[in-house]
Design a protein around this ligand. Structure first.
Ligand SMILES: CC(C)(COP(=O)(O)OP(=O)(O)OC[C@H]1O[C@@H](n2cnc3c(N)ncnc32)[C@H](O)[C@@H]1OP(=O)(O)O)[C@@H](O)C(=O)NCCC(=O)NCCS
Length: 196
């Protein structure tokens, strides 16, 4: 109870989903993030590339800075009885009411159990209903079939766009872009079609 009130006082975000809880990350979460970032398989799916030691350290530091600054665009994914299993990030373009999102479940044994779909759906609900965005997009590696399926279940549709730039090691790594509008998301959720 105290923890919950303290979170509200610090203006932290707490968003309950059906099977996960999204919440602002804190410095106590660094250890987990570092573990996940050290796992080549997680990194390959999460960022579509193999990361070398240097770029990995840069990335870990960037995430740490975001967490220390209490930036609310980084949300942990928690499962009752398990703890933190991953995180989501989102960037908001207020001028165009657009957003870009990303997700990483670092606990590999938690993949394929519906947590990603629930976490992303919960975030989309927040971005469309609370922040009033009209469109949200993301990109993912072309080989990431699990992510593509998860995002389709959340209501995302594939765009024509395919980019080949890779942010971390400069190697070609085609990315598929997907997007969902507020109307599509809210309609899908009214009729339940986005989860089909
Ligand atoms: C991608 C990710 C967020 C998806 O979350 P998740 O909890 O594993 O996904 P869900 O269980 O909600 O949904 C996965 C769907 O893909 C299917 N799936 C699982 N493995 C698959 C595979 N290898 N190929 C194709 N589909 C697969 C599942 O059956 C499920 O679909 P269904 O409900 O129709 O059966 C999570 O796996 C993850 O973080 N992976 C590592 C990092 C990553 O890839 N991040 C995304 C970068 S954009």
């Amino acid at each position: 109870m105290f923890d919950f009130l303290e979170r509200i006082r610090r203006k932290e975000i707490v968003l309950p989903g059906k099977i996960v809880l999204l919440r602002t990350l804190g410095s106590r979460d660094f250890k987990k993030l570092k573990e996940w970032f050290k796992d080549p398989e997680v990194m390959q799916y999460g960022f579509g590339t193999k990361t070398d030691g240097v770029s990995l350290q840069v990335m870990v530091r960037e995430y740490e800075k975001e967490i220390i600054r209490h930036r609310q665009n980084l949300l942990g994914i928690e499962v009752t009885g398990v703890g933190l299993i991953g995180f989501l990030n989102y960037f908001v373009n207020t001028l165009h009411a657009k957003g870009k999102v990303g997700i990483l479940i670092g606990e590999k044994e938690m993949w394929g159990r519906g947590y990603g779909t629930d976490a992303m759906t919960t975030l989309l609900g927040y971005l469309f209903s609370e922040l009033g965005l009209s469109r949200v997009e993301l990109d993912t590696a072309y080989f990431n079939s699990r992510a593509l399926r998860c995002f389709e279940k959340c209501g995302f549709k594939r765009d024509q766009r395919l980019t080949e730039k890779d942010a971390w090691d400069g190697k070609n790594s085609p990315k598929v872009w997907m997007s969902v509008t507020r109307a599509e998301f809210l309609n899908g959720h009214k009729t339940g079609t986005s989860d089909s």
